[in-house]
Design a protein around this ligand. Structure first.
Ligand code: URA
Length: 209
């Protein structure tokens, strides 16, 4: 059984519906993706470890909780991952950021890497890989593979929509990496697009079509 958390918060579900509508313009789509990513990021980071730090309030001293250890790393799969990244960075402004450039070969749908830049000391850090669409799973699998080789302290995958086919492939390749999503949609079409989906996330985010 794949480890999939569907973030069913009403605000997430409402914003997702607005994003799916074909008439939603680029500026609104971008804004919604940022908002929804903040809400999803809240859930994905729920189990981050805390430690205690001695602080002074205006009245007294206390041992107060702070995020423990080294800064979280957010890894965006270019280019649509950057839409989720900007929302997550609002929640985790000190997070370190990595980028993996992958494009889908339109014929084979195989992921081809063209860029890889990741912060140092990954082995001491919690890593969240982000990409809006878990469709065939090829890009997510390839990106997570590259990060897993660096042996991070923990590794999670955050997307907006997932297809059952992509979840199954991802789980086969990375059974220990949990998936967080706002929806598990029905299926993929013959071109590898998620149905009902929301179209091409990168094009809708950047207005390239
Ligand atoms: N990538 C997208 O942007 N949309 C899909 O439906 C599938 C992959």
């Amino acid at each position: 059984m794949a480890d999939v958390t569907v973030i069913d918060h009403p605000l997430v579900q409402h914003k997702l519906t607005l994003m799916r509508r074909k008439e939603t313009p680029t500026n609104v789509f971008r804004q919604l993706l940022e908002e929804i990513s903040m809400l999803m990021g809240y859930e994905v980071t729920r189990d981050l470890p805390l430690s205690k730090e001695r602080i002074e309030t205006p009245l007294t001293e206390m041992d107060a909780p702070v995020l423990a250890g080294k800064k979280v790393v957010l890894v965006s799969i270019l280019r649509a991952g950057d839409g989720i990244l900007s929302g997550c960075l609002k929640l985790l402004p000190s997070a370190r950021v990595g980028h993996i450039g992958l494009y889908r070969d339109p014929k084979t749908l195989v992921a081809v890497e063209y860029y890889f830049k990741i912060p140092e000391e990954i082995e001491d850090r919690d890593v969240i890989v982000v990409d809006p669409m878990l469709a065939t799973g090829n890009s997510a699998i390839a990106a997570v593979e590259r990060i897993a080789e660096l042996k991070p302290k923990s590794l999670k995958f955050l997307c907006l929509l997932a297809a059952p086919e992509g979840i199954a492939e991802f789980h086969d390749a990375h059974p220990n990496v949990p998936i967080y999503t706002a929806s598990v949609d029905e299926k993929l079409n013959e071109k590898g697009y998620i149905l009902p989906g929301l179209g091409d996330a990168g094009d809708r985010l950047f207005g390239t079509k």
